[in-house]
Design a protein around this ligand. Structure first.
Ligand SMILES: NC(=O)c1ccc[n+]([C@@H]2O[C@H](COP(=O)([O-])OP(=O)(O)OC[C@H]3O[C@@H](n4cnc5c(N)ncnc54)[C@H](O)[C@@H]3O)[C@@H](O)[C@H]2O)c1
Length: 289
């Protein structure tokens, strides 16, 4: 997609972090902006921010893990702006508390994380793609995965994000076959300075976890504070959309993880192991992680 002016972007998880930065980048390009978020106070503040910068904006309280909620978002967005051109399936969450073995992690954690991170992306694709193909104008869908897809032990988050990569590959090949004007990308960020470590703030009461009754976060504020800004990430994503780049890996300092992981598989070794502390130490060497 090359021409953004006057077109409409829908951003899930648009009230904070990467989503908010993507919305600002869209507004910089004179796009109309639709913000979808589960956190109403943050959403209202974001809408006010865009109104004050004279952007045409709509905020819709949305839970992306519920298909009817995304369908409502679609109805409201198209009622206000007509055709949708750019869709960011960006909303995501990570469970906090102490890491718990796969066999002990409660159902609620799987349902919450897979619900938002995987099903939220799937529902976005199912709901918006037919409209985006049918209107015949140029467009693009960007799904947010994570480099955590390749880090053993980062379950259920990494599992949900790996699924988004494979889902996005399926989407891209199906879009190619459909011969429309809609492109697709998957973005796999390393660490970005956002509020993701406190994602528990938006876990629904019905999915509260026995593994983390206090709802504590991941405790990665400091780690994230020293990382890439959401604004830099959003610029990178928009440039990649302009170039129709499918795999968006904004942090070069994680490339070796992807390579080593794939190499371990084709050598029939494994399972792949990753030393996260040694990796964090590479930041002191100026690595982009
Ligand atoms: N920050 C990082 O280091 C990092 C790295 C890799 C990938 N990501 C991914 O980037 C995306 C954006 O996260 P972020 O880092 O900006 O975090 P963030 O917490 O700052 O923003 C996430 C937004 O999603 C919203 N949200 C949560 N649950 C929702 C739901 N069910 N429906 C709709 N909105 C919901 C939150 O209210 C929040 O506004 C996520 O998919 C995350 O997994 C982040």
């Amino acid at each position: 997609m090359k021409d953004f002016t006057g077109k409409t972007a829908v951003i899930t998880g648009g009230a904070s972090g990467i989503g908010l930065a993507l919305a600002n980048a869209a507004a910089d390009r004179q796009m109309n902006v639709v913000l979808a978020d589960i956190q109403e106070d943050a959403l209202n503040a974001a809408v006010e921010h865009f109104e004050s910068r004279q952007t045409q904006v709509l905020g819709v309280v949305t839970d992306t893990s519920i298909k009817s909620s995304i369908e409502n978002l679609y109805q409201e967005a198209t009622a206000k702006f007509g055709n949708i051109h750019l869709l960011f399936n960006n909303a995501g969450v990570v469970n906090g508390g102490t890491p718990t073995p796969v066999w002990e992690l409660p159902e609620q954690d799987w349902n919450w994380v897979m619900g938002v991170n995987f099903y939220g992306v799937l529902y976005g694709i199912q709901t918006f793609t037919p409209h985006m193909i049918a209107h015949g104008e140029e467009g693009h869908i960007v799904n947010t995965a994570s480099i955590a897809s390749f880090i053993p032990g980062s379950h259920p988050y990494g599992i949900s994000k790996y699924s988004v990569i494979i889902l996005s590959e399926a989407l891209a090949s199906d879009l190619e076959r459909a011969k429309g004007k809609i492109g697709a990308s998957v973005v796999c960020p390393g660490w970005v300075n956002t509020n993701i470590g406190d994602a528990e703030r938006n876990r629904p009461d019905t999915l509260k976890s026995q593994a983390n009754p206090g709802g504590s976060g991941l405790g990665i504020r400091e780690l994230l504070a020293g990382s890439k800004s959401p604004e830099d990430l959003a610029t990178h994503v928009f440039e990649s959309v302009e170039q129709d780049c499918f795999y968006i890996f904004p942090h070069r300092g994680w490339d070796y993880l992807v390579t080593e992981h794939a190499e371990a598989m084709v050598k029939r070794e494994g399972p792949y192991r990753f030393d996260i502390q040694a990796h964090i130490a590479t930041r002191a060497e100026g690595k982009d992680i």
